[in-house]
Ligand binder design. Sequence first.
Ligand code: ADP
Ligand code: MG
Length: 360
Amino acid sequence: MPDIVLDKVSKSFTKQTHAVEDLSLVIPDGSFTTLLGPSGCGKTTTLRMIAGLEQPTSGEIIIGDSVVFSGKTGAFVAPAKRDLGLVFQSYALWPHFTVAENITFGLEINSVGKKEINKRLDEIASALRLDSLLERYTSELSGGQQQRVAIARVLIMEPSVLLLDEPLSNLDATLRMEMRAELKRLHRETGATIIYVTHDQLEALTMSSHIALLKSGVLQQFSAPLEIYERPANRFAADFLGSPRINFVDATLDQDSLSWGDVMIQLPKSAKKDVGPRVSLGLRAEELGLSRTCGPGMVEGRVLTVLPTGADWYYQVRVADEVLTIRHNDEIPFNYEDIVYVEIRSKSLKIFDDAGSAIL
Ligand code: ADP
Ligand code: MG
């Protein structure tokens, strides 16, 4: 199975704007690569260009040994010849076919044997919890059930590359969690390359081996999920991933130390020196500690809001003129208006210059 390479791919629908701009990516064979970003950032357009349903304005797309699009030579391989399985947000099932017929249709026209078809149908139907629905007509199904049929119909073909555009968007929260685990298991078992589109950062973090984060058609970062989470390339990446949202505080950079109020942090030698002195420091809720007593490197704050979520306690704490969201699990919770002391416990400091680029 092939790596998929995008080399300086751009797509414009109008003269003034780029839907996708100068996008270069190497999507590794067998990876679960997610295209992540807010609505309108170019995810679907990118997926459609890989599928061959949309022609780039310029650049090159290579699948394995085959140049499937080249703006220079004019090469273009038709979608059907790319050996890709596609599930789009809007899927068309055949309403007058049963669920089983919808799922097996592709195998039937490829003259796969009856025994093999039934075997694969059983496996897919049980993986996607469709066993009890096989004889129903698809017009009688809920949106979530239809979405699972659309996924099953593609998976049963065992494509080496699977393109999925927000395939879980019609499912309720519980089923979506189950289907994430199921898709992850299917990925592990089939070894297929999956290119997955979502605007849901949690979905991307939980499922992917690689995330390509896009903003306004421009790639912001392409890394493993935890790499983006812990070492975001810029302020946008830091802000887009993580729930609750990351806190940003104003800090001052001075030679090789960073100060935030009375707190001073030594910076590693690798830090860029030609920025500042005003920078912003990104602090995730779990990177901040809370204490009832003051110690070195702590700043005083006051509890504004207490937000228990069952497993975790989140607090909104006012420190000087900033409000921070902090996760803290203590046997005795803090209360509204308590005076607390906040400590920074980051393993990797996230510091951003004026333009929003990470400086470490
Ligand atoms: P996403 O899937 O990330 O929400 P899209 O790839 O669908 O984003 O769209 C990216 C940009 O391209 C948007 O600004 C969208 O309006 C524009 N766009 C997408 N498809 C077309 C089209 N067929 N014609 C004109 N503009 C389009
Ligand atoms: Mg889309």
